[in-house]
Design a protein around this ligand. Structure first.
Ligand SMILES: Nc1ncnc2c1ncn2[C@@H]1O[C@H](COP(=O)(O)OP(=O)(O)O)[C@@H](O)[C@H]1O
Ligand SMILES: [Mg+2]
Length: 157
C-alpha cells in the first residue's frame, strides 16, 4: 500500500491526519535515506497528535520528548547512534512501560533495543519534489489509523 506526495505540504498533511487518528501505544518506524521526508512526516504526526509549538528535528539530541493532551510523544533520529546500547542512556526505558507515541527515524540503527513497530512508513524520492510513501502494517490495530489518501496518486505495492 502506498502513495506519492507531490510536495512537502502533502507529506506533512498526511502525517497530521495519521497523528489525529492513531491511538497510543503507537510505535511508528520512519525508514528511508537522508532527505526523503521522515522528519517532515514526523512533524505532521506530532502536530496531529496535539503537540503544540515548534517541532525540532532530533538530529543532534537523538531524542525529543513532548507532552500532548493525548499523552507522551517521542521523536527519535538514530542516524548518529553508534550502537543500540547507547539507547539506554537516552532514557527510553522510562517510556517503554507507558502508553506513548513513538516516531523513530533510522530504526535499523537501534538494534534490539526499540519497541516493536505497529506501522512502518518507508519513504523514497520518486523524482525531485515527488516523494513516495510505502505503508507496511506490522500490527492489525494500525490499519485503523491510516488517514485519507494524500493528494498524490494512489498505487499498490
Ligand atoms: N514531496 C515531498 N515530501 C516530503 N518532503 C519533500 C517533498 N518534496 C521536497 N521535500 C523536501 O525534502 C526535505 C525532506 O527533509 P526531511 O523531512 O528532513 O527528511 P529526512 O528526515 O528523511 O532526512 C525537506 O526539505 C522537504 O521540504
Ligand atoms: Mg530527519
Amino acid at each position: 500500500m502506498g502513495w506519492s506526495f507531490p510536495d512537502p505540504e502533502a507529506c506533512h498533511a498526511w502525517g497530521k491526519g495519521l497523528g489525529e487518528t492513531l491511538t497510543i501505544p503507537a510505535v511508528i518506524f520512519l525508514e528511508g535515506d537522508l532527505g526523503v521526508g521522515k522528519t517532515t512526516l514526523a512533524q505532521g504526526v506530532l502536530r496531529g497528535f496535539g503537540v503544540p509549538g515548534r517541532v525540532k528535528s532530533p538530529t543532534y539530541t537523538l531524542i525529543e520528548s513532548y507532552a500532548s493532551a493525548h499523552g507522551p510523544a517521542l521523536h527519535l533520529d538514530l542516524y548518529r547512534l553508534r550502537d543500540g546500547e547507547e539507547l539506554e542512556f537516552l532514557g527510553i526505558r522510562d517510556y517503554l512501560d507507558e502508553a506513548a507515541l513513538w516516531l523513530i527515524e533510522w530504526p535499523e540503527r537501534g538494534g534490539g533495543f526499540l519497541p516493536e513497530p505497529d506501522l512502518r512508513l518507508r519513504l523514497s524520492i520518486a523524482s525531485p519534489g515527488y516523494h513516495r510513501l510505502e505503508v507496511l502494517l506490522a500490527t492489525a490495530r494500525a490499519a485503523s489509523w491510516l488517514p485519507f489518501p494524500p493528494a498524490g496518486e494512489e498505487h499498490d505495492g
